[in-house]
Structure formats: C-alpha cells, structure tokens
Ligand binder design. Sequence first.
Ligand SMILES: [Zn+2]
Ligand SMILES: [Zn+2]
Length: 346
Amino acid sequence: MKALVYEGPGCLTLTEVPDPLPKPDEVILEVTAAGVCGTDHHLVAGELGVPEGTIPGHETAGKVVACGSDVSGWAEGDAAVGYGQVICGSCAACTGGHANRCTRPQGFGMARPGGFAQYLAIPVASLVPLPTGVDPAVGAIATDAIATPFHALTTVGRVQKGETVAIIGAGGLGLHAVSLARHLGAGNIVVVDPSTEARALAIDFGANEVLDPAEHEQPGRALRKLAGGVDAAFEFVGRASTVEAGLASLNPGGRLVVVGVGHEEPRLPPIIRFIGMELTVTGSFGSTMDDISTVLNLIDAGQIDTSHSVSQRVGLAEAPALFAGPPGPARTVIEPWNCEKGENSD
Ligand SMILES: [Zn+2]
Ligand SMILES: [Zn+2]
C-alpha cells in the first residue's frame, strides 16, 4: 500500500509499504479520510521524538475490508472511525470509564502505525461506527478536532445556556469549540486569536466577537471588557500567557479549562482574588469513545454545523508539502484513495 512515512525531522515521504494484516482482535480499515492535526506538524518537525518509519495520523475514518479471527459485530463494508489510541483496558482510568486518561495508551500515528496510509489495522475496541449521513472527512476530524472540544465544553467545562464563553486559540479545535458552544446554547461567544484568517473563520463558525491579542498589552483584561466578563474560558494554545489571559477574563465563579498542550508554568492570580472569586482552573484531555459517538450522532442529526470544518482535501502525494508551513485554518484532510496527478492508480 501507499503510506506517508516519517523519515526524520522535516521529512515525510510517500512510500510503498507492506499491507497490514489483522491480528485476531483487529480489523483492517481502507482509510477514506485522515485529518491532519497540529500534533502531526509537531511530529513531522521532529519535536515528538517518534522513531523513523512511523506512519502518522490519529484522526481516521474508513471502511472495514478484513476482519481478524476473533472479531464479531463488525463486517466487511462497515463504515467506522478510529479512537485516537489503543487503551490498555485495565488501568483505573480505563475501568472507570475515562479512557482518555489511560496510563498505558498506544497512540495511532505514534506508538502504532496511523491513518496517513491506504490501510490501517485497528482493534475493534477502538472502533466507533460512522453514521451513513456523515461525510467520512468530517467523521475523521470529529474523533479529535470536534470530540476533544466537546469533552472540554461538556464533561469538564459544563457550559450552560446563556453563559458567556471565551475561546482562546482558533485552530481546528478552537473553531469547533465555537460551533459546540453555539450548539450548547452559550450566549456571547468571544474568540481570541492573533491570526486575521482564524478570527474571520471564527465568525463563520458562530462567534459573536473576536479579539486580536497583539493589539492589547493585557489581552485578558481586554477580553473581559469586550465579553462583559467570561463565565467559562477554554484555552487551546498551551502557553502561560494564554492561560493567564483566560484567568484574567473570568467572572466570579468562572472556570478556565486548559486544553492546549505545553510545558510552560502559568501563574495564578493573587490568592485573595482567586479564592474570593471562587475561580476554577482545570485541564481537559482528549475525549472518550462515548464523546465521539455522541458528536457523530449530533453531526448526523444536523445539530452541529460542520459546513466550514474541512478547509482542504488532498491525496497522499500532495500531503508532504503541507508540512513545509504551519497548520492551515480549520482542518486539512488526507483522502488516501483520492487520485491526483496520476497517483494512486492501482
Ligand atoms: Zn490531534
Ligand atoms: Zn488504561
């Protein structure tokens, strides 16, 4: 099969590799769509330390074309999306229903081959049915770009009707957080991002107001002023300055949910202010398979607007060039069987 293979920092190559064979508990998916995540950009840049030979891709949709000997409940032709990791199934997080916190996960596109390929071997325990009404490209990105903010806004952030919500960082996840906040009945939705293009897209996704942090010495205060105080802020950047801006924007009783991944150490507000206002700061990581299932059903029912979700579709041959620059707005999706320039003709 054809696959995109990581061959060292900055180097992603379209290569011919052996077709995967299913283990007893696995199926083989013919990959119809694979979302390109910011994480993949970090991976290809060499920042994640994955071994050479890795096939990236953890947002995958496909069609079952072969089943392992122990597989039941799935048949050839079934459409599915993949959970982004294979969980151990036995740690306290897994048995407690928090698969996203599994202590021994094997991520697709990192510890296991991922979806930037024509076929993917995946255990049935990581499969979620894809409703027939959902475009596979949207289904693929739903597994991360939509389910991750869904988990953050519902299970963790508990957005209530009429609340003022701030979304800090309008990449693929932040933009979908805007649609989801709209779906959950948020009142005012304010988006903070330094990119003019991202701010324009945020309006398309349903934001009421946008703020360019570069125009303000204290973006958190500017955000609080523009929003009239924020009830729930969601940070999708993973930097100290954006976490601190989120905290500074909050109303009394406000929550800040940090979704962006990073290594910096943000500061809390002065303790007297932090306790006096009863502020909450919490992290949110990934999503559960139930989240993915719920999101897919909401999309199928037309309750989440995904009309702007996929900004670009490319075949395998065009994909390596994507990694020469920063991630594009919203989501780029690789369609491995999409013929372009005479490629993929077998
Ligand atoms: Zn991702
Ligand atoms: Zn586990």
